[in-house]
Design a protein around this ligand. Structure first.
Ligand code: MN3
Length: 202
């Protein structure tokens, strides 16, 4: 039975200043993300026959899980998966744009980088309440933006390669009600090299 652990970050909590502040990063990773991991493990303790070797497989088979743990796995397994992706997508990029095959795909599927950014921003700002906006590689191998509520993943639609957390815990200490400003600044801390690698592996 897999037991999940909180991922380590390979950058400092203050590395994304001033766009994402240190206190938000510390709290988000050591309290919120850790909480999802703990609750995921607690749910799996009630499911010793779990046949799914990866978190992705577990989340793709939510409807086959025992009813008593479905909601916990959906929320906390999803929370673990989403934050694993989020925290490993971040690095100050000094305003650089995606390159190579990823940029080619963005131009092919959105027309321009600006058009992609507009759609992604709309999904992130239009998500009512808590949730996520995503860039995914869909089942037709095309890039697509979408959003999910709560800690739902977009795995049923395709493979996520970038996600922005728009729960208030991701931005409220610094931005309060200014979600649009947080979303705009998020574009300063996307590690496009990692997103391109995920695109190539999808
Ligand atoms: Mn979060």
């Amino acid at each position: 039975m897999p037991k999940y652990t909180l991922i380590d970050l390979d950058y400092r909590y203050d590395a994304l200043e001033p766009y994402i502040d240190e206190l938000t990063m510390v709290t988000h990773h050591t309290k919120h993300h850790q909480g999802y991991v703990n609750n995921l493990n607690a749910a799996l303790e009630k499911y010793p026959d779990n046949p799914y070797a990866s978190l992705e497989e577990l989340l793709l088979n939510l409807d086959k899980l025992p009813a008593a743990i479905q909601t916990q796995i959906r929320n906390h397994g999803g929370g673990t998966y989403n934050h694993n992706l989020f925290f490993t997508s971040l690095s100050k990029n000094d305003g650089t744009l995606p390159q190579g095959k990823l940029m080619e795909a963005i131009l092919r599927d959105f027309g321009s980088f600006e058009a992609f950014k507009t759609q992604f921003t709309q999904q992130a700002s239009g998500r009512f309440g808590s949730g996520w906006a995503w860039l995914i590689v869909n089942k037709n191998n095309k890039l697509e933006v979408t959003s999910t509520p709560n800690q739902d993943t977009p795995l049923a639609l395709g493979k996520p390669i970038l996600g922005i957390d728009v729960w208030e815990h991701a931005y409220y200490l610094k931005y309060q009600n200014r979600r649009p400003e947080y979303i705009d600044n998020f574009f300063q801390v996307i590690d496009w090299t990692i997103v391109e690698k995920r695109y190539l592996d999808a």
